[in-house]
Design a protein around this ligand. Structure first.
Ligand SMILES: N[C@@H](CCC(=O)N[C@@H](CS)C(=O)NCC(=O)O)C(=O)O
Length: 217
């Protein structure tokens, strides 16, 4: 049985990625939720990952941490989930945008912290934040357009690793009522409509912990 260690569903964007991949694909796993930034949480996380961060995955003797590495592992471990596109050039693009998401978008992540259960009115963002938003929209639009007339709902057709990497951004855009161009908006809606995303949201709504720093952004 797999065990996935996650932080608070409302706030832990990194945790959402492997969780939604597992849940969407109906892979059974035990969820171990460790509320973040409270006394003892760092020590509890360190028992599962050398970084002391969530998420981390335990699969028998195998331990994996870093959300992108966990997704890579799951795509290999469960090949029927088709985590990456079969076409080599689409796969290269999927890996590039997943790496870009993993390493970048610092301005977006800081200015629009994930806070699933909150929805606030749209606002104007500083130029560097808007540039990150525009880049995400361009990535999504470009992937959908590259599929041509047969475009599926997700970046490379069916829901895969790249979609899981961007799933937290969909909650961020929802929370801050971010306006998007039509194709990016439709993709964001498709992500949010996934039963696995709705299930994560229900879990976030049910949580009682609050982080005032993120509730007042
Ligand atoms: N690059 C890591 C980032 C993980 C991360 O920053 N997790 C946050 C929660 S979203 C965390 O565990 N914070 C706890 C802490 O800093 O003590 C990944 O992809 O998994």
């Amino acid at each position: 049985m797999l065990t996935l260690v996650i932080g608070n569903k409302n706030y832990s964007s990194w945790s959402l990625r492997p969780w939604v991949y597992l849940a969407h694909h109906g892979i059974r796993f035990e969820e171990r939720r460790i509320p973040l930034y409270v006394p003892g949480s760092h020590e509890a996380l360190l028992e599962h990952a050398p970084t002391g961060l969530a998420p981390s995955l335990q699969d028998g003797d195998v331990r994996v941490w870093e959300s992108i590495a966990i997704l890579e592992y799951l795509a290999e471990r469960f090949p029927a989930t088709c985590g990456w596109p079969s076409d080599a050039s689409a796969r290269a693009r999927a890996r590039a945008i997943s790496a870009e998401m993993h390493a970048g978008f610092r301005n977006l992540r800081q200015a629009l912290p994930m806070n699933c259960r909150r929805v606030v009115p749209a606002r104007d963002w500083p130029a560097e934040v808007q540039a990150d938003i525009d880049r995400v929209a361009a990535i999504w639009t470009g992937c959908l357009e590259a599929q041509g007339a047969d475009a599926g709902s997700f970046l490379f057709g069916a829901f895969g690793v790249a979609d899981a990497m961007f799933a937290p951004v969909a909650f961020r855009f929802r929370t801050y009522s971010v306006a998007l161009p039509p194709k990016a908006r439709a993709y964001c809606g498709a992500l949010l409509a996934l039963p696995a995303m709705q299930s994560w949201l229900a879990g976030a709504v049910a949580e009682t912990e609050t982080m005032p720093k993120y509730d007042s952004v």
